[in-house]
Design a protein around this ligand. Structure first.
Ligand SMILES: Cc1ncc(COP(=O)(O)O)c(C=O)c1O
Length: 398
């Protein structure tokens, strides 16, 4: 097929909820994707922070093939399967958590976390959830409610009751909302969709203390920033602040849908049989890929920490070189944003034309979330293309 024929078929049959770029991806190798017309792209999107090991990874291939050869892709949770239990043990080891629930997406992981918090709070008269400005937690009703951005609520009222919003990185705004009814605080340690905004250390420490003081659950949503992306296995490990509940998805299933909720000490044992479930949670194929991904996270985290600093430096260079087009560089590891003074979509389209895939975050930010295997040479190529695009815009401005 060609890009054109795939795009036309999509437009004729899809609902209109996406504004997609008019290319169709056919194949990938390493961190390079090829579209249906044969054009190649250096991929700094990674399926939006999903494809940690890039494309065509041999270990992923082997793991998936062995599941296919077993004949059993799915067992349901009426029974155990070896891949899911190993994946759970690996996640507990990596995160320092005590027990795990598997589901299929980030939104689903957050729904489960909210239910855990409400259940824990139910015998304590606590049901209120505090969330933050600029946050993003997914598109199901609970998840959009705790997403502190009006644009995601518009047209979908009423939201879930008993959710209030504080200002991100403003502890006083949290203190003003804390009460004997507070059940949970949900926060991304490094905000993604809201514009790549890292939490301050004192802020997360303050949230930990606030949750402890009122016996509420502190939920860290690491759906995007978890699993090596920030240069440590989990973003919270940069801060020395441990949550009660951690939610994950994106990179976990190596490209297959997989989400997880990990519970730490106080949150252990909240769910009893019958409280929660997901038919596909812990699916054999997704869990087999999760085993491969998690086995590589410690080593990849270390290279992301070093290469991420390099990416940050290069982006900072663009801010200095093009002050009329860029206002700031933010982020950690391989989750970085370049805040622009021009519409990100124009820059993204021009980069795509030159063979680089990047995406946006918030209204003004160009987001860089490459596969964790990306090298300094890949960074040089990507920054070279962004620089050419910014140079072109700068020269076309009056
Ligand atoms: C921090 C965060 N939480 C939750 C989600 C929702 O994940 P999903 O699209 O898998 O439901 C996302 C997706 O971008 C996210 O970035």
């Amino acid at each position: 097929m060609s890009n054109k024929s795939v795009v036309e078929l999509g437009k004729a049959n899809y609902m209109g909820n996406y504004s997609q770029f008019p290319i169709a991806i056919r194949s990938g190798k390493g961190i390079v994707l090829t579209d249906e017309d044969g054009k190649e792209y250096l991929d700094f999107v990674a399926g939006i922070a999903v494809n940690a090991l890039g494309y065509g990874d041999e270990e992923e291939k082997k793991a998936l093939l062995s599941v296919i050869e077993s004949g059993v892709l799915h067992t349901s949770n009426l029974f155990y399967n070896s891949h899911a239990v190993h994946a759970a043990a690996m996640l507990n080891e990596l995160a320092g958590s005590e027990e795990v629930f598997f589901c299929n997406s980030g939104a689903e992981a957050n729904e489960a976390a909210l239910k855990m918090a409400r259940k824990y709070g139910s015998s304590r008269g606590r049901s209120q959830i505090i969330s933050f400005s600029h946050s993003f937690h997914g598109r199901t009703y609970g998840a959009i409610t705790v997403t502190g951005q009006e644009k995601y609520h518009k047209g979908f009222a009423p939201m879930l009751p008993d959710v209030v919003y504080a200002e991100f990185n403003d502890l006083d705004s949290v203190k003003a909302l804390l009460s004997e009814r507070t059940a949970a605080i949900i926060v991304e340690p490094l905000q993604g969709e809201g514009g790549i905004i890292p939490a301050d250390k004192e802020f997360l420490e303050g949230l930990r203390k606030a949750a402890d003081d009122c016996d509420a659950m502190l939920i860290f949503d690491e759906v995007q920033c978890g699993l090596g992306r920030t240069g440590k296995p989990f973003c919270f490990q940069h801060y020395g602040v441990t949550p009660d509940i951690l939610t994950l998805a994106k990179a976990l299933g190596g490209g297959l849908p997989m989400g997880a909720v990990a519970a730490f000490s106080r949150a252990k044992g909240i769910f009893a049989p019958g409280d929660h479930a997901a038919t596909f949670g812990g699916n054999c194929a997704a869990a087999a890929l999760a085993e491969v991904v998690m086995a590589r996270i410690p080593e990849l985290s270390a290279s992301v920490e070093e290469n991420g600093r390099y990416l940050g430096k290069k982006l900072h260079g663009l801010v200095e070189r093009y002050p009329d087009l860029c206002s700031a560089e933010r982020g950690m590891g391989y989750m970085r944003g370049l805040d622009l003074k021009v519409p990100p979509r124009d820059v993204i389209a021009a980069c795509m034309e030159k063979g680089l895939l990047v995406c946006s975050a918030g209204y003004t930010v160009l987001r860089f979330v490459p596969p964790l295997i990306a090298t300094k040479e890949d960074i040089d190529k990507a920054i070279g293309i962004v620089s050419e695009v910014l140079e072109g815009i700068s020269q076309s401005q009056p």
